[in-house]
Design a protein around this ligand. Structure first.
Ligand SMILES: [Zn+2]
Length: 219
C-alpha cells in the first residue's frame, strides 16, 4: 500500500490512514491544472498538448516531489520531441496506455505539457531524500528530458539548455507543491529495478542549482 503524503506539504507526511486522504486527491484530472501556467510564468517556452488537463492514469495522485528522467531516444533540433506521442500514450511503440510523464523537455529545451493527472513513469520508489518509499506514480511529478544516451546514440547527452530548463521547471513545480530542492529526485535514485536515468546527471549539482533558483525567485 503506498503511503499517502499530503499534497502541498512542506515535508513528506508520515504514512496515514486511507481515510485521511483529502477527497480532492482522488480526482486525478484536477491535480496539476496549474502546470502550463506555472511553467510559462517561469519564463519557459510551453506547448500544451491537446487534452492534457484531463489526461491521467486511473488511481491516486498526491505528488510531493519531482522525478527526473531521460527518454532514451535520439533527438535533433529538427525532430526535437520523438518521444512525445508515446509519452501521451499514442503511437505503435506505446509500452503503457499513458500518460507516461507530466512534462517533456524537448531537444530544443522547450516544454510540452503532457498530463495533469497520475502518469505511469516510475513504478515503485525506494525512499530517496525526504520522499518515502511507495508508489512513485503517486509521489512524483514526472519530468522527462529528451536525449538518447543509449545504444542508439550513446554519446547524446542533455544539452546545457535542456539542463537549465529542467532546473527551472523542477524548481517551479516543486515550489508549487510546497517542497524544496531536496524533493527533486532522479529516477536512478528511486528505482528498484536498476534504472540509470537521467544518465550522466550529477544530482548534487542539479539540486544545488534548484536550491539557488528557489532562493532567487521565492517559488
Ligand atoms: Zn525514468
Amino acid at each position: 500500500m503506498p503511503t499517502a503524503p499530503r499534497a502541498g506539504g512542506a515535508a513528506a507526511a508520515p504514512p496515514s490512514a486511507e481515510t485521511d486522504r483529502p477527497s480532492a486527491l482522488l480526482v486525478p484530472s484536477a491535480a496539476l491544472g496549474w502546470l502550463a501556467e506555472a511553467l510559462t510564468d517561469a519564463g519557459l517556452t510551453v506547448h500544451e498538448t491537446d487534452g492534457w488537463r484531463s489526461r491521467a492514469r486511473p488511481g491516486d495522485f498526491a505528488p510531493v516531489g519531482v522525478l527526473l528522467h531521460h527518454t532514451g531516444l535520439a533527438a535533433s533540433p529538427e525532430a526535437p520531441a520523438p518521444s512525445l506521442a508515446a509519452l501521451r500514450g499514442e503511437g505503435p511503440d506505446t509500452a503503457s496506455p499513458g500518460p507516461r510523464c507530466h512534462v517533456l523537455v524537448d531537444r530544443n529545451a522547450e516544454c510540452w505539457v503532457v498530463a495533469a493527472g497520475r502518469a505511469d513513469h516510475a513504478g515503485r520508489a525506494r525512499a530517496s531524500g525526504p520522499v518515502p518509499e511507495g508508489d512513485a506514480n503517486v509521489l512524483y511529478v514526472g519530468l522527462e528530458i529528451e536525449y538518447a544516451a543509449t545504444a542508439a546514440d550513446p554519446t547524446q547527452y542533455a544539452t546545457s539548455a535542456q539542463k537549465s530548463v529542467a532546473v527551472l521547471a523542477a524548481a517551479r513545480i516543486v515550489g508549487a507543491l510546497g517542497g524544496d530542492h531536496t524533493f527533486v529526485r532522479a529516477h536512478k535514485e528511486t528505482s528498484t529495478t536498476g534504472r540509470t536515468d537521467p544518465f550522466n546527471w550529477d544530482m548534487v549539482s542539479i539540486r544545488d542549482s534548484i536550491r539557488q533558483t528557489l532562493e532567487r525567485t521565492g517559488w
